[in-house]
Design a protein around this ligand. Structure first.
Ligand SMILES: [Fe+2]
Length: 277
């Protein structure tokens, strides 16, 4: 499928997704995060999404940074997704003055490179992204609902506890760590016992969500997976039935890695696409 065909297909999904489906508005959504300027991974994932009768695509941030195709990825995402929240790399690349403080060396190098290749207008669009949004039962945020502007990770039960406390939504979708994960708030007796237990779900790949529990789900990363599986990751959620699935999609890792090397970006960024770490 050419890029042009893909854009046409995604526009169709977007137009059809605007209309309420026969079973309600939020029948099936795809949740993508952390594309990181990896056009090969993004096009492979969008093709996969296209084959699964998805109503809407939601994006949790970090369109750019690390990879060699920031402008093309930003444009394709803007045309494909229904909701687009900011990631820390989007924030840093869209702002010439700040955003590098908390980034490690390779990330900061990639952000400086990205600033240099993006048009001013694209940077302004990145600057205008919201830090989070609510959609039906879902809260969409890049790092954590707790202080989203400080780009915190949800990597532990303590992190999850803060995240749950900062949101009223039943299902909170996050990215940022590039590692798929699921946390469930299994008990919520705030008034009488104060008991709130949070459990990390060991196998977050396929879940049947219980209506009385709340969840934080990390959908992994499209463009730079770090859980040891080099394939692109994204999630599919059906709010009505409460089913969630994490999917993996193979893509042309060598092509994306070669582009990183040819762009003069740090070699370590090409290597980690191959290792998935
Ligand atoms: Fe990221």
């Amino acid at each position: 499928m050419s890029l042009e065909d893909l854009l046409t297909a995604q526009l169709r999904i977007l137009e059809e997704g605007m209309k309420p489906g026969s079973r309600g508005e939020w029948v099936k959504v795809a949740i993508l995060s952390d594309v990181h300027a990896n056009l090969e991974a993004l096009t492979a994932v969008l093709e996969d999404v296209d084959s699964r009768s998805v109503d809407r695509i939601l994006f949790l941030g970090d369109a750019v940074g690390y990879g060699a195709d920031p402008a093309a990825c930003l444009e394709l995402l803007e045309k494909s997704v229904f909701r687009f929240v900011a990631g820390n790399h989007d924030h840093a690349a869209g702002n010439d003055q700040e955003g590098l403080e908390d980034l490690h060396e390779d990330a900061a190098t990639a952000v400086r490179w990205t600033r240099g290749v993006l048009a001013q207008e694209a940077k302004e669009r990145l600057q205008g992204l919201p830090l989070g949004c609510l959609e039906g039962p879902m809260h969409l945020v890049h790092g954590s609902p707790y202080k989203p502007e400080s780009w915190r990770y949800v990597m532990s039960e303590q992190d999850a506890e803060r995240g749950f406390a900062a949101s009223e939504s039943r299902v909170i979708f996050v990215g940022h760590s590039h590692i798929p994960a699921a946390y469930v708030e299994v008990e919520c007796k705030r008034l009488f016992t104060g008991v709130m237990r949070r459990i990390k779900v060991e196998d977050p790949e396929s879940l049947q969500l219980e209506p009385r529990y709340r969840y934080i789900l990390n959908v992994g990363s499209v463009g730079q997976p770090r859980d040891g599986d080099a394939r692109a990751a994204y999630g599919i959620f059906e709010p009505e039935g409460g089913t969630y699935k994490l999917l993996r999609v193979p893509y042309d890792v060598e092509k994306a890695s070669d582009k990183i090397m040819k762009a003069g970006l740090p070699g370590r960024l090409a290597e980690r696409l191959r290792s998935g770490k």
